[in-house]
Design a binder for this molecule. Sequence first.
Ligand code: BGC
Length: 773
Amino acid sequence: MVTNTLMNYTTGREDLQHWLVSEDGFRPEWLGKGESVFSLGNGYMGLRSVTEEHYANETRNLFVAGTFNKFAENEVTELPNAADLLWMEFKLDGVRFDLTQGNILSYRRTLNLKEAELVRKITWQSPNGNVYDLTFRRFVSMDNLHVIAQRVTITPKQNSVLSLTSGINGQTTNSGVQHFLEGNKTTTESGIDFVFHSVHRFYRRESMNPTSIIKMDRRQIFFDYSDIEIPANEVFTIEKYSTVFTSRDHEVTVDSTEELADLALDVTRKIESEGYDYLLDRHVQAWDELVWSRTPITIKSKDMFDQLAIRFAQYHLAVMTPKHDNRMNIGAKGLSGEGYKGHTFWDTEIFILPYYTYTNPTIARSLLEYRYLSLPGAHRKAKENGYEGAMFPWESAWLDDGEVTPIWGAADIVTGEATKIWSGFIEQHITSDVAFAAWQYYHVTGDQEFMDNYGYELLIDTAKFWASRLEWNETYDRYEINQVVGPDEYKEHVNNNAFTNYTAHWNIQKAIEYVELLRIEKPNLFQQLNEKLDLETAETRFRHVLDLIYLPQVREDGVLPQDDTYLQKQIIDLSKYKNQENVGSMFYDYNLEQVNEIQVSKQADVMILMYLLEDLFSADVKRANWEYYEPKTLHDSSLSLSTHSVLASDLGNRELAYSLFRRASEIDLGPNMKTSDAGIHAASLGGIWQAVVNGFGGVRMTSGNLRISPMLPEAWDELTFSINWKGETLDIYASHDKVVLTRRAPSTEPLTVEIYGEKQTITDTFTSEVLSV
Ligand code: BGC
């Protein structure tokens, strides 16, 4: 257990109970945690929560979704670290404000999840003995996506003199990589123009204009304000309003950078005149409409951390999701850090998308449209590898970039050389993950228009890839998929990874169903897609291969081999690594090549297959595989715990499910101060929602039908949440005794839902007693 922490999760009172995440105290070696977990944003941009003043070890990041740039030919594209707009340097009575000097008499920084405002309150005693109260507030507007607002108040305990330097620092880099040209701030390779503005306002009793001089340096512009006198116990307020625009902004139609700058300046002037309180009000309202009123989830738990944890997940999901533009997707660290370079992985489709599919289909659809729009890159990748159809990149950035996974990773403990990252070459299950997510979206939402315009094509084009990817094994007379990395990235170059083979088979099977359906029910669309995808030939191939695809079979003891060789590998005592404080500790003792030869998994692999294609496996088989694989799984990927939690719920082990949910929740929100330096864990946050709604809430779509079988852990008294099901909202209440399902808008069309295994027809509301699953 970690006791050495600054995090405090119990500061919320009254209306703000279970809405506040706080940090009590300042430790320069732990800056990364707060920078990530307190990060602000609105899906257009993400702002890491650095302090106004500089410290060593800080990482000052501002990312604008979708603005990828490639620094050099041998680098992969990444989201550039745009500019530092937060920066302010204070001199109080001649001494630089620096918390590593003097004494901190009190310190609390709090993120209010409901209002998405970050507040830092400090009483600081300067090395010269003077004392000051300082409050720093800021938000990134959800109402106007281009706006960042800051308000700082300084109240000296003695008559004081303040000097301030503040402005825009464009000298930011991504760990040393500079993505911008000098002069107009334009990315070096992708040619995206960035326009930043900042404006300051000052008050002491009333508005004032301190004397200032403007200073400019390379990629820097700032104002020096000096000799501002503040009488003892008077409040001095500084407000800084900043705006961010880029030439990639969808909604902005201008012809030149100058026009963009003019437009941005108008917006900056306007928001400055509207003021902090007004802008904050609008921002809070936007958050309420987008998230809190729309998707409320209440958990009455003996430990109210659980309520905070689900809100924290929803907060960050809203901060990281570029809902405004279907040319963009979610990065594995959202917009909160340089980790994974802003790239999109299967994290979106399998871990995050269900949240949107079930609660905000418009956003889910936009994220799926991104995949559709990136089909040209997927076709290119297939072709380059000698395949057909759509082979989605393992890591994805701008639409036509194709594969962007870096080739070299961490140091190998044995050779001292960089380890080769094989995922971009051979982690191929991403293609069926995309197909699965599109299929799930369709059945949950009933969005036929999506299917007609994008969905059928996605499902058939991905199946074409798999049909061409299969390898014929003459000895066994079967098609195999060899030399892959499955979800468990500790096993490379394996043959017949169960997850990959089963989901590829599923993908081809769905494509056959849809080609047939199109031919009979939608002849015009069939014709159109036939011209694009040559459906006739594809279908012949699909039908030929389907039953010849090798699907690893469950052994007598119920265990499904993860791949051809996993079960023959060495078994070692993993307890040291199972009990690790920080992930990846095994790599201090072994290199990846050695790990490859041991029965040890990074993350859910067979288990996630049994979650996604759950109908194919009996409860006994699921249990046997849990018992076999979980003890060998280190959960070194943050994607692992939530899946295990859902499965533990499915298997009726509520307490295990609860402890895994807690561990998943504590990846970012826990006491450990070193978990989130590179950014928050986007997929894990989506997984937390799944652990609550799909796990404890027992919500599942199988074969197009809805199933709800809530099963609360001991610690919870009640759970309430809502889901969208084929265009209508269903409100669900669950306790230990009863479950109530209410159709928010009662309809004469009866709705069929399977509740605890029984099909129920519901017109307005339905109450059931709780049964065991
Ligand atoms: C995991 C992948 C995941 C990626 C991005 C890796 O460590 O093994 O499954 O997609 O991180 O989150």
